[in-house]
Design a protein around this ligand. Structure first.
Ligand SMILES: Cc1cc2nc3c(=O)[nH]c(=O)nc-3n(C[C@H](O)[C@H](O)[C@H](O)COP(=O)(O)OP(=O)(O)OC[C@H]3O[C@@H](n4cnc5c(N)ncnc54)[C@H](O)[C@@H]3O)c2cc1C
Length: 248
């Protein structure tokens, strides 16, 4: 947060204007781009860098939206400590789910990892670390049906896919770890995506399939989503934009 404030101050010193708004669509008009926002503003530019990141993929079951901030969380690092001595479920049995459960084991008294497949996808090392906590139980072949509670989450209801039986798990928290969705819908049709809706880029420059449109960070198809990688890609894209503009 402190670092972001420093970045903001730096931009202001350089007289670069910051607009707090949500981009809804980017269109190409001749050689330029038109950026349309939720508050109906329009910005015209010769080049654009898309660095909109990715959002956690939602569960899309009844109760999810109602209990966001009331037991449903998408961020163990942010909300884990709120579940001290509580029972929680982590939805997703991949490495992210296991790492979330291992982090939660410092706080929660019991953690259930709920996985829809019949096999655990997390690597052996994560499975071993989870076992060592003595608090983590994995349940496979589940189809999550709903999240229930009064004011806060009290239970999750799932179907055991092998027996077809409906089961209720009493938990006070649900952490969602089923992957992320790149926030790229506003450039759909304008650039090429991969099968995960990530923008395809030249990893050396951030160039996309559309001249003048660049992408960086979690929104693009470069592997390993980390802060340092996103920052490096942003720097590369900025230099590539300068190069692009110089040639127009
Ligand atoms: C829970 C969690 C923990 C993590 N921990 C680590 C860690 O310890 N170390 C590490 O290196 N990485 C970590 N990561 C990954 C890291 O956060 C990302 O790789 C990095 O933030 C990507 O940077 P970005 O700029 O591409 O996207 P983001 O940081 O996601 O920034 C994208 C920004 O664009 C905005 N935006 C989205 N859509 C629009 C739109 N339509 N209009 C306008 N603005 C929009 C978003 O609101 C956001 O502010 C973690 C990620 C998560 C989810």
């Amino acid at each position: 947060w402190e670092l972001i404030q420093k970045f903001e101050k730096h931009l202001k010193q350089k007289k670069i204007k910051i607009e707090i708004d949500s981009v809804r669509k980017i269109k190409k008009i001749g050689q330029d781009f038109l950026v349309l926002t939720a508050s109906r503003k329009q910005f015209q530019a010769k080049a654009v860098i898309v660095s909109s990141g990715a959002d956690p993929r939602p569960l899309e079951v009844p109760g999810e939206k109602e209990f966001i901030g009331k037991g449903i969380s998408y961020c163990v690092a942010c909300d884990g400590p709120l579940f001290a001595d509580k029972k929680v479920a982590v939805v997703g049995g991949g490495d992210a789910g296991f790492e979330a459960a291992i982090s939660l084991s410092s706080f929660a008294k019991k953690i259930y990892i709920l996985e829809t497949g019949s096999q655990i996808k997390a690597d052996d090392e994560n499975q071993e670390r989870a076992k060592k906590t003595g608090k983590i139980e994995t349940i496979t072949q589940i189809a999550l049906k709903k999240i229930e509670g009064k004011d806060f989450v009290e239970s999750v209801v799932y179907q055991d896919k092998s027996s077809k039986e409906l089961k209720i798990l009493k938990v006070q928290g649900v952490f969602v770890e089923i992957g992320s969705q790149p926030a790229t819908s506003f450039v759909k049709g304008l650039v090429e995506f991969n099968e995960k809706d990530e923008i395809k880029v030249n990893p050396f420059t951030g160039e996309t399939s559309t001249a003048g449109l660049f992408a960086a960070g979690d929104a693009d198809d470069v592997p390993y989503k980390q802060i340092v990688i996103a920052c490096g890609e942003g720097a590369k894209a900025a230099l590539a934009v300068a190069n692009y503009l110089g040639k127009l």
